[in-house]
Design a protein around this ligand. Structure first.
Ligand SMILES: C[S@@+](CC[C@H](N)C(=O)[O-])C[C@H]1O[C@@H](n2cnc3c(N)ncnc32)[C@H](O)[C@@H]1O
Length: 215
C-alpha cells in the first residue's frame, strides 16, 4: 500500500479533478463539513497525502500538523499554499510520535478504508491518545457504490478486501480497501467514542463521513 501511494503520488489528485459532477459536489460537501467542524483548532492530520484536504482545512483551523508515511506525497503537499501554519512530518499512523493530549482535533480522510480490520482498534487508540478532552475528530471515506475502475478481491482466511490497481509504470498492486455500512461504523466507533450513534455519520451514495467529539 505504501509503495502504491509512493508511485502514484504525481497522479493522485486526478481522482478529485477527473471525476463525475456528483462526486465533485459530494467532495465539496465533505470539505464544508470538516472546515466547520474542525475550525479554530490545532489539528493532527493522518495520512494527509498530497495535502488536498489540508488546503480546505487550513482556511478555518488554527494550525495543522500533517503526517503521512510517504516522503513523495509530502513533498507535493509542501508545494501547496495554506491559510494557516502547517507543518509536515513523515510518520506511520500506527506509531504516532506525539505526546498525549497534544492536539485539539484530528482529521483522517481516505485513510480508514486502508486499515486492516485487526488494526482498527490499535489505530483509534493511538490517534485518540494524542487528542485532549473535547477534541473533535473527522474522518471520511468511500462507500461501496464508489468502485469506478475495479472489483473487490477477497482471499481465504482474510477478513479484508482488496482492489487490484495499476499505476502509470504498469506495476500492479493489491491495495487493501475495506468498505463499511452505517451499522458497521457504529459498531467500530462505539468502542472508542461515548454515545456514538447514527447522528455522527454523514452517509451518501459515494462517501461516509464521521464526526465526533471526545470526552
Ligand atoms: C488514499 S490516500 C489519502 C491521502 C489524503 N488523505 C487524501 O484524502 O487525499 C492514503 C494515504 O495513506 C498513506 N499511508 C499509507 N500507509 C500509511 C501509514 N502506515 N501511515 C501513514 N500514512 C500512510 C499513503 O502514503 C497515502 O498518502
Amino acid at each position: 500500500m505504501e509503495e502504491y501511494y509512493r508511485k502514484r503520488a504525481p497522479d493522485y489528485e486526478k481522482i478529485y479533478y477527473n471525476c463525475e459532477p456528483e462526486i465533485k459536489l459530494a467532495n465539496i460537501y465533505t470539505a464544508k463539513l470538516l472546515q466547520d467542524y474542525l475550525s479554530h483548532r490545532s489539528v493532527l492530520e493522518i495520512a494527509c497525502g498530497t495535502g488536498y484536504w489540508t488546503q480546505f482545512l487550513s482556511t478555518t483551523s488554527k494550525d495543522i500538523t500533517a503526517t503521512d508515511i510517504n516522503k513523495e506525497v509530502l513533498d507535493l503537499a509542501k508545494q501547496k499554499t495554506y491559510k494557516c501554519p502547517v507543518s509536515f512530518q513523515i510518520m506511520d499512523a500506527y506509531k504516532l510520535a506525539f505526546e498525549d493530549n497534544r492536539f485539539s482535533a484530528g482529521l483522517a480522510n481516505f485513510w480508514f478504508s486502508h486499515i486492516p480490520k485487526d488494526r482498527i482498534d490499535l489505530f483509534l487508540t493511538g490517534f485518540h491518545r494524542t487528542l485532549r478532552s473535547n477534541s473533535r475528530v473527522f474522518l471520511a471515506n468511500n462507500n461501496p457504490q464508489f468502485l469506478p475502475d475495479g472489483r473487490l478481491v477477497s482471499f481465504p482466511k482474510d477478513e479484508n478486501t482488496y482492489r487490484l490497481r495499476t499505476v502509470s509504470d504498469g506495476s500492479e498492486h493489491y491495495v487493501l480497501k475495506n468498505y463499511y455500512s452505517v451499522n458497521e461504523l457504529i459498531t467500530i466507533f462505539s468502542k472508542h467514542v461515548e454515545n456514538f450513534n447514527e447522528s455522527n455519520i454523514y452517509f451518501d451514495d459515494y462517501f461516509w463521513r464521521v464526526a465526533y467529539e471526545l470526552k
